[in-house]
Design a protein around this ligand. Sequence first.
Ligand code: SAH
Length: 566
Amino acid sequence: MIGLISATAAGAAARDRLAAAWPDRTRVYEGPVADAVRRAFAECEQLVCFLATGAVVRIIAPLLADKASDPGVVCVDEGGRFAVSLAGGHGGGANELARAVGEVLGAEPVVTTATDAVDLPGLDTLGLPVEGDVAAVSRALLDGEPVALRAEVAWPLPPLPVAAEGAYTIRLTDRLVEAAEREVVLRPPSLVVGVGASSGVPAEEVLGLVETALREAGLSVRSLAEFTTVDAKAEEPGIVEAARRLGVPLMTYPAGELSGVEVPNPSDAPLAAVGTPSVAEASALLRGGELLVPKRKSERADGTAAMATCAVVRRPGRGRLAVVGLGPGARDLLTPRAKAELRRAAVLVGLDQYVDQIRDLLRPGTRVLESGLGAEEERARTAVEEARKGQAVALIGSGDAGVYAMASPALAEASDDIDVIGVPGVTAALAAAAILGAPLGHDHVSISLSDLHTPWEVIERRVRAAAEADIVVTFYNPRSRGRDWQLPKALAILAEHRAPGTPVGVVRNASRPDEASRLTTLGALDPATVDMMTVVTVGNTATRDIAGRMVTPRGYRWQTAQEGAR
Ligand code: SAH
């Protein structure tokens, strides 16, 4: 919950706008201001104070305890110009909150946390448990001192400006080690614990068993990712409660699936009870990985029979491949999600001219693998290979990366051992349509005239089908120096079914600095004015030039009736 506190009329107005934007997440605290701030501080995870920073500092100073547990506090000034992250920037989420408040109120977010200000991800914001001297290692990163990354487990981290050697280290490990001086230990969620139990097992018995197994194997409980078991035990209270206390999800699988997993220690008891010779080992191993602790049983002080078993598996780090569309060119047509993925990636793969388009957005330490035109397959392969090494990779393309671009060659290469995240982008047809008017108001199709990868007969057949079906057509890759006869040919096919006066929109470099567009007709278009930076959109028989804009009616029946009456 976010507590909102204001003092003046202007503050209250801004407060109400925020409350209206986030009705379920906010609570307004009324009454004397100091008292309201104190109550909100005690009750909420975050505060937005429409008050001077000085006033808020004085009120919260005696309440501050620890940056890991204190609420995040944001102050908005009387003019609503700034949203200041005052305290709890990382742990309390105040930096993120300042940005979000800024979006809603049109205020400038003010963030002074060093790692955020120079664009490094805070070591405590990577989403992984962290131990050791975070402040010292962060300072070293900021000061450009060499910080070495020692990754014992491959895990898709965001970019960090690390060196091969350094006086400071970031250690990525699930092993039970103490952070040394000038060292930070990051805990990847790499350990999967399979649990088997008889009905009525006490939660303490499961917890004790798991904690002992991890400790004796030299593994950190903070790297615990999940509990696994058989479906029949999905609601076994002792298992559910133990998972809850350790803060991990419980994944369950059908006995049939578990009995297909080869395990070192099968036994008859679970086979009789739940229909698989192994629960702990099989469920932990199901998604692959290395068995670190074979099945072991709980020990009971009174010597009665053990009620729980567990096994520990280290699952392989799954790389992350984001396939990101950059939009047609203009920065404000790049989606916020695309931007976030570009900054999340430690490795960026793309055509050099697209990399140039977004280079300023990349975080320090991002490894850029760029190549020239062509080399598509190779780019796709490189991106997938890097992801399979456990890296966080972004593969970029202009417009939408799935439209005549990198997504399909990349996914054709990708196996199921990596996560793939697709980020849609504004494709050229849409960018051009918005410039032209509303040419895509009814059914439409895109056709690439490049016969590099597709035989011309196939292209021609599709153009003909679109022509016969009276579908609006946008041509991508319409014409290059070596390919100059395809566009005239395609237009001629359309002209067999559409009048010479049919509107045609030509847009070159949509949303780029030298954007140019014109509206002409099927009869008047000079193909020589079209190049590879261009898309050509040909209307259907209902498309009209209305006040210089290309408009394709949505085709409601009444419209046809109206036209008939004219
Ligand atoms: N993935 C891209 C398309 C790649 S094919 C997308 O979704 O937009 C390359 C063709 O796209 C070019 O030959 C041109 O026809 C078209 N194109 C890409 N960007 C364009 C832009 N900004 N303006 C006009 N056409 C563009």
